[in-house]
Design a protein around this ligand. Structure first.
Ligand code: FHN
Length: 617
């Protein structure tokens, strides 16, 4: 069918095929949708369907928005983490799978689903007051139950006690109140359909093996009968849909992934697609010749990298996505703002989840914290929306930097010692510094690459104080050399991209102006499950080479603190040794033998930085 009406694309592709044009040549000439999805293009050849400029333009609202609300809601919200007296040990929306509840029993929840307190406008108003610019709702989660009126499957909201289309209501409320609207759709996992085959081993655990036998499942049937047609429904029946948040696509073939993209882009040309359309595509392709528009790293995990492409951190307000009555681990307003700014300072977005209960109420604690964070955002919005990330390739202890032309915003969460903040590396001439919230001007001194800011008279905000630094140039001039700070500390940050795990930096060059003896210490992060975080530092041995010495390294858990934006995970400091660097000059430090791996599920140290702290006698 595709052949018959896409003849022109076919001719073009055959022409290029015949003359063995390079992929580059094809990319330039075939920048249109037909070529992108032409069926006879080999799977591995992915052709962009738009120009770089068109891509930037399509993504702009999303990049400027920074902050969105994720909503996980469905039949599982009725169970609230418990079934027949049994508490699920995992996230609440997985309860059917985790507690092996037979489908016939789980389906009975449809009779009870009648959210009397649901009011779409209230949810949207909350998101707005919280400072969020878009909403993403689970139109169908892994249980296979749809919150929309589906003609494809009766397993949907119209067949519950409630009988009203939730997707429609929320879409309309977003439109009324001016928020962008996206849909989550579990395209691969579906515990209702008998043919939703995923794969072998670990992937089998993601299927409904209580009611169905994987041996008899045929994925093509599931895709053609339910997933593709329902995707068409949500993209056709509600006007503009701004985001399609696919999830858990691991196991899909490239061609299946491309079919999802094709349907999505044909029906909604301006839509923005999440990377989890196929987990395996995401980590390796960091350019725009890709099937998705932005990258979603692991849930609730972010260790301090500015990724080389648009990205979004999806996180929870407590520990679960779906409502759980026993989950009281609430992320407070300061952590919400810390996570948001830590994300935007690295050019990412933050999609923060709420799990309403079965009556349609968003938990009070979540509301309280979101609104408190929203108040801070009202005062300090200039430092967040429409900004870009920090120009510095390293982190600061006191907080995070965001920027606009001629301006840096220092988002200070921890006031530095003696209230003197040092910005190391800015070469642009600073013209003025003031507090964003009240305009009060701040004294400073600039010498060479050091800018010292006197915060002794600055009002401290309970969450974060934003200090605005104005300078002459459009973009700040930054020296990327690593040198000692005013207190003579040297800080060697992991600065390469989180997901390119084989390319982590393991050597650093820096300048010493004040010779002396230094304590070497290494800071790394816990990772993996929230409930049982793992620190893999002690499992590894290696060495550090510095100033002609090889220092054997076995890491110990010498001190720890909660990671400012990671909430579930601690930052571990390991003291390694002391070293005397008795000459001024350039040194290089090499970390050998360690697996650095900083992703949530990758093995390795989770390295954040190495510090050299002066020992003052
Ligand atoms: O399995 C899902 C989970 O239930 C939730 O929807 C999250 C949100 O990012 N995504 C999957 C796990 O990563």
């Amino acid at each position: 069918m595709y052949f018959s009406y896409k003849n022109s694309a076919l001719c073009l592709v055959l022409f290029f095929g015949l003359f063995s044009y390079s992929i580059n040549a094809q990319t330039k000439s075939l920048s249109n949708l037909e070529a992108y999805y032409y069926q006879h293009t080999p799977s591995e050849v992915i052709l962009p369907f738009e120009t770089q400029e068109e891509y930037i333009d399509r993504m702009q609202w999303w990049k400027d928005a920074k902050y969105g609300m994720f909503i996980h809601w469905g039949l599982y919200s009725l169970l609230a983490g418990e079934h027949n007296g049994e508490i699920t040990p995992k996230i609440a929306e997985w309860i059917q799978n985790t507690l092996k509840i037979p489908l016939s029993e789980y389906k009975k929840l449809m009779r009870e689903f009648d959210p009397k307190n649901f009011n779409a406008d209230n949810w949207v108003s909350l998101a707005k007051a919280a400072g969020m610019k878009y909403i993403v709702l689970t139109s169908k989660h892994h249980d296979g139950f749809a919150l929309f009126d589906s003609k494809v499957s009766d397993y949907n909201i119209m067949h519950t006690a409630y009988q009203k289309d939730i997707v429609k209501a929320l879409k309309e409320a977003c439109k009324r109140q001016g928020l962008k609207f996206g849909l989550y759709y579990s395209h691969m996992i579906d515990w209702e359909h008998p043919d939703a085959y995923i794969g072998e081993g670990k992937l089998t655990e993601r299927m409904n093996t209580v009611d169905y036998d994987p041996k008899h499942m045929d994925r093509a049937t599931y895709l053609n009968e339910k997933s593709f047609p329902q995707l068409r429904e949500i993209l056709s029946n509600y006007g503009n849909i701004d985001i399609l948040w696919f999830d858990m696509g691991a196991g899909l073939s490239n061609d299946e992934i491309r079919k999802f993209v094709k349907i999505t882009r044909e029906l909604q040309p301006k839509i923005i697609i999440s990377s989890r359309i196929g987990d395996e595509v995401a980590p390796t392709i960091l350019n725009r010749a890709m099937l998705f528009d932005y990258f979603t790293p692991s849930d609730n995990y972010f260790t301090g990298d500015d990724l080389a492409m648009p990205w979004e951190m999806a996180g929870t307000t407590n520990s679960s996505w779906g409502y759980r009555k026993d989950d009281h681990e609430w992320r407070k307003a300061n952590l919400i703002i810390n996570s948001l700014i830590s994300t935007s300072s690295r050019n990412g977005n933050y999609l923060l989840n709420v799990g309403p209960d079965a009556t349609g109420n968003i938990p009070d604690e979540a509301i309280k914290n979101l609104l408190q964070a929203g108040k801070w955002l009202q005062k300090n919005s200039e430092a967040v929306y429409n900004t870009t990330g920090s120009p510095f390739p390293w982190n600061y202890d006191w907080g995070y930097v965001t920027q606009k032309p001629k301006t840096l915003y220092l988002n200070i969460f921890d006031f530095p010692k003696k209230n003197r903040l040092e910005l190391n590396g800015l070469l642009s001439k600073v013209t003025s510094i003031y507090t964003l919230a009240n305009g009060a001007s701040i004294d400073f001194e600039q010498t060479g690459r050091f800018l010292e800011i006197d915060l002794s008279k600055t009002h401290k905000d309970a969450i974060a104080t934003v200090v605005v630094v104005n300078f002459l140039e459009e973009r700040p001039l930054i020296s990327k050399d690593i040198s000692q700070s005013k207190d003579n500390t040297i800080r060697l940050d992991r600065i390469t991209s989180l997901y390119l795990k084989d390319e982590f930096q393991s050597s650093w060059t820096f300048k010493i102006n004040t010779p002396g003896t230094y304590r070497i210490q290494l800071v790394s992060n816990e990772k993996k499950r929230h409930s049982k975080p793992v620190w893999e530092g002690s499992l590894q041995k290696g060495s550090i080479r510095l100033a002609g010495k090889i220092i054997p390294v076995q890491l110990s858990r010498d001190s720890e603190k909660t990671n400012a934006s990671l909430f579930f995970y601690k930052e571990i400091t390991s003291i390694i040794d002391t070293i005397t660097l008795n000459k001024k000059g350039t040194y290089s430090l090499q970390l050998n033998g360690f697996q650095i791996g900083a992703g949530k599920w990758t093995n390795g140290l989770g390295l954040d930085r190495i510090e050299l702290l002066p020992i003052v006698n």
